[in-house]
Design a protein around this ligand. Structure first.
Ligand code: IVH
Length: 676
């Protein structure tokens, strides 16, 4: 990579971290998981260490936190509020200690004593006392300047306003973490993603009376500037803090030796789910203050301390219950209800157990202690079970034989292709007999790729179902709005908006309608193929009388599985009724049939780079409408490679080697007798 490319990459990452910081510090909102944020931070620091020409004022290496918000007055910290380096592995910890040994030229057999303090995941604050009185309270801000949040901090009961002890220093700023307990967070769950966001939001309210309403807590763990502190060790300082009336972390310990730090880390990680406050790691500090002073700081973090972080995508918790959920296609999915645990900034209380086989294979039971993983956008799942922690009276989980919603028999289908019995157990009832299936079908009907009715989400489906406003898709178009207007949370305006969005969607394309019906095995692509085949709603509906199912097998992309599913859909009287009723209320646009004999007949295309004024999806349908095909890669099967802006060079090279026609957008348009 050349210099300008590296700089471009670096600037992109800086731009991204600036955006995340802005959301987090100004709007109290995380729009990225903690793990991803740490990764980004690491990437930026790595790039800076590799290429010394990279520098930015907004780099995490220059900044601690973010600029103070405009809502509060800015004030300088008398001693900067530093950040901590992170350790994720045993190796990181060994390196941390090695650096200390080197820096201080310590003998091999020297033992460093650390204060090991569980790292509460809240908001740090610095509280200055002068002559035993609370004088000022600041947020961390950018580490150099904080926000004056004295009035808000003063509302917290854990923060003493006056300290009477004789040995309390003449001046000191006590540092610690403001947080919300998990039990108090339960009431705030609707408003915030996790307790930390809740604490941050409450602490930075403009009006201290609003802060007072939230049960914020404070735990003290450090000091900044001091005058008259006569303590030499962190462990003694922690003891003193509690004598002076501050709360300290009950799990703080003094430990030496990396192995013992690890042991403590593992023990605490297991206890995490049972604690009433979120911790995201353990902070290790060299216990002796004089040694801390000798070690000093690197950039904005001390050499004498490190945060040993817990994994941002795994955590240990307890299975409270195993619930069987019934999906739109009748699939019975077991879900573990777990003791809520914060995994990388998201409070997780459910984990999928996939299916019956998975439960049996891992012998997962109610009451078990489990490792839960939450990676990316994937639904959290159980990685492993700690059978050693299993209670003696625990019982094997028996998967129900009948549907928990409607009581119908459940079946495991035989898959003709894999020649295996399906791992998924399904409710065998017919469409709309089982309540749970019906609700899920309605949710699918209004979903984004289907009818996409603005403001008609899953919650509303459930609510309207409970109130018996809807049972079948057609009911959505026949709602009694005067009843809705009287419901809690609804008013004239919201009902007006709802009427508008529903009416707007009465005009629908045939492919969306087919997809919305939620016929098993008919996803977006298949719905498109079927709509092209039938072209009109009436022809599609006619299938129920004509029973010309064999003909469907001629559609490229539709197989026996899909045909059988369509057959079973049309064999159900309720489905026919739904179609008839929908026909009465909807205006279904006919599909344009792709010609088999278009200008691009027997020609395949691939695009690289960005085209001008036409999206990839539009181009795809343009090619298909003219009997051409899009392929996924450069191969002998490709006839034309269309080049747009910033194409992938490798693709062009490969195409040229294979003597494939390389054309630009204008040339492609000319093939269609169009000028772009
Ligand atoms: S000491 C230079 N001790 O971790 C020392 N920090 O990234 C820095 N934190 O913003 C602070 N528990 O909010 C320290 N026992 C503890 C802590 C702790 C949580 C937070 C603090 C700080 C962050 C460091």
């Amino acid at each position: 990579m050349n210099k300008s490319k590296i700089r471009e990459l670096y600037n992109q990452k800086i731009k991204l971290i600036k955006k995340f910081n802005k959301f987090y510090y100004d709007k109290n909102k995380s729009i990225i998981s903690d793990g991803k944020y740490d990764e980004l931070k690491k990437e930026i620091i790595f790039l800076e260490s590799k290429y010394n020409f990279l520098k930015s004022k907004s780099s995490p290496s220059e900044n601690v936190g973010y600029k103070p918000s405009k809502n509060f007055k800015k004030l300088p910290h008398k001693a900067p509020m530093l950040s901590l380096a992170n350790a994720f592995t045993e190796e990181d910890l060994i390196n941390f200690e090695k650096k200390i040994f080197n820096f201080l030229s310590l003998e091999h057999d020297h033992q460093i004593l650390y204060s090991a303090e569980p790292k509460i995941d809240g908001i740090s604050a610095s509280i200055t006392y002068k002559n035993s009185q609370l004088f000022k309270g600041l947020s961390r801000g950018d580490g150099k300047e904080g926000e004056d949040i004295t009035m808000n901090l003063a509302t917290i009961n854990d923060i003493p306003k006056k300290i009477l002890s004789k040995d309390f220093p003449e001046e000191i700023d006590i540092r610690g973490e403001v947080f919300i307990t998990n039990s108090d967070f339960v009431n705030l769950r609707e408003k915030f993603a996790n307790p930390r966001n809740a604490a941050s939001g409450s602490l930075r309210q403009k009006n201290p009376n609003d802060t007072k309403k939230i049960p914020l807590k404070f735990i003290a763990y450090a000091y900044g500037f001091e005058k008259g502190l006569k303590i030499e060790k962190q462990s003694d300082f922690l003891k003193k803090l509690s004598e002076w009336g501050f709360k300290t972390n009950p799990l703080n310990k003094s430990i030496s030796g990396i192995k013992n730090l690890f042991k403590n880390y593992n023990e605490i990680e297991k206890k995490r789910a049972n604690l009433d406050f979120d911790i995201d790691g353990i902070v290790y500090k060299v216990n002796d203050f004089a040694t801390q002073k000798r070690l000093g700081n690197v950039a904005n973090a001390p050499r004498w301390a490190i945060a040993h972080k817990f994994s941002s995508n795994k955590a240990i918790s307890k299975i409270l219950e195993i619930e069987i959920q019934v999906g739109r296609t009748g699939a019975l999915t077991p879900v573990a209800k777990i003791k809520p645990i914060n995994i990388g900034g998201v409070v997780v209380s459910n984990a999928t157990l996939h299916n019956e086989d998975e439960i049996n294979r891992k012998d997962i039971r109610v009451g078990d202690t489990a490792v839960i993983e939450r990676a990316g956008d994937v639904i959290p799942h159980i990685l492993s079970i700690d059978t050693k922690k299993r209670l003696k009276n625990s019982k094997k989980f028996i998967f129900p034989e009948n549907c928990p919603s409607c009581g119908s028999k459940t079946i495991k289908e035989f898959n003709k292709i894999t020649k295996k019995v399906d791992a998924v157990r399904r409710c065998s009832s017919e469409d709309y007999y089982c309540d749970k299936i019906s609700i899920e079908k309605l949710k699918h009907f209004v979903s984004k790729e289907a009818f996409n009715i603005d403001g008609f989400g899953k919650k509303i489906v459930e609510n309207f179902w409970k109130l018996k406003f809807i049972k079948y898709p057609q009911d959505i178009f026949k709602l009694d709005y005067s009843k809705i207007e009287k419901l809690d949370g609804w008013g004239q305006l919201s009902v007006k908006n709802l009427i508008y969005s529903i009416n707007q969607k009465k005009n629908i394309s045939l492919e969306r309608l087919i997809y919305s019906l939620g016929i098993r095995h008919i996803g977006l692509e298949n719905a498109k193929l079927l709509s092209k085949h039938f072209t009109s709603f009436s022809k599609f509906k006619n299938l129920s009388v004509q029973s010309d199912y064999e003909d469907l097998l001629n559609i490229d992309g539709i197989g026996e599985t899909q045909v059988n599913s369509i057959k079973s859909f049309f064999s159900n009287k309720t489905n026919i009724r739904v179609l008839n009723e929908l026909e009465k209320v909807l205006v279904v646009k006919n599909a344009i049939q792709n010609s088999d004999d278009g200008l691009l007949k027997n020609k395949t295309f691939l695009v690289t780079g960005k085209l001008n004024g036409i999206s990839r999806a539009e181009l795809k349908s343009l090619i298909e409408e003219n009997s051409g095909k899009i392929v996924s890669g450069v191969s002998k099967k490709l006839n034309y490679l269309i080049i747009g802006d910033k194409p992938t060079k490798k693709k062009i090279e490969n195409a040229k080697q294979l003597r494939i026609n390389v054309i630009d957008q204008a040339e492609f348009m000319r093939m269609l007798n169009k000028t772009s």
